[in-house]
Design a protein around this ligand. Structure first.
Ligand code: E4P
Length: 215
């Protein structure tokens, strides 16, 4: 499973990219608004930095508007992916952009039937929101498993981006459930590096060494 970062913060993206762990980036309008910078400039900055698919989301709600916006997003950089909400208009726009050879990421997916519609429209990526499903008392990871089964059974080309990741356990569960990618917020990526036994083990190794060989 590949790791994307779910962020529009250029410093955070750079820090994680410099560690060599990133295969792509997802943004959304909320993440963009949090940074408050020029949206297109930010997307180009990110795409120049990270070598992989970079999702920029449309804000139109009608299919024609989404297609026009999508064409502009795609022109920003060869790695741009047009992120489109899972609505009737979004599915129509996904189909149209796919026919133009533009890659898409259908977002805000919360059910297997929505995933089927997105795959049928030719979505390059589909983004089921694990954490938000967990929030309402349903099993977000079970949806990832079901979508992966559907993709394998029917031979769809879409890849699953496990999204709305809240903690490292979600990353591990996404791997087991068969997600192709997990898009992970900066704070969760930072925590995923850590384990108390790693810290304790390293302290012990260094102390033992110092006792015999000095500092
Ligand atoms: C997906 O690409 C979205 O940006 C995302 O993961 C949103 O998750 P949230 O529930 O943390 O807002």
């Amino acid at each position: 499973m590949k790791l994307f970062i779910d962020s529009a913060n250029v410093e955070h993206i750079k820090e994680m990219n410099d560690l060599g762990i990133l295969s792509g980036v997802t943004t959304n309008p909320t993440l963009m608004a949090k940074e408050g910078k020029d949206v297109n400039q930010t997307l180009v900055q990110i795409a120049d930095m990270v070598d992989g698919p970079i999702s920029g989301e449309v804000i139109s709600t009608d299919a024609d508007g989404m297609v026009e916006e999508g064409k502009k997003i795609a022109k920003l950089h060869p790695n741009m992916i047009v992120k489109i909400p899972m609505t009737e208009a979004g599915i129509k726009a996904t189909k149209a952009l796919t026919e133009l050879g533009i890659k898409t990421n259908v977002t805000l997916v919360f059910s297997l039937s929505q995933a089927l519609l997105a795959c049928t429209a030719g979505a390059t990526f589909i983004s089921p929101f694990v954490g938000r499903l967990d929030d309402i008392g349903t099993d977000g990871i079970a949806l990832i498993e079901d979508i992966r089964d559907m993709i394998d059974t029917f031979g769809f080309d879409s890849e699953i981006i496990s999204a709305s990741i809240r903690h490292a356990e979600h990353i591990q569960a996404s791997i087991k459930a068969g997600a192709h990618i997990a898009t992970v917020p900066y704070a969760v990526l930072k925590k995923a590096f850590k384990h108390p036994l790693t810290d304790n083990g390293l302290d012990a190794f260094l102390n033992d060494y110092k006792k015999v060989y000095g500092a």
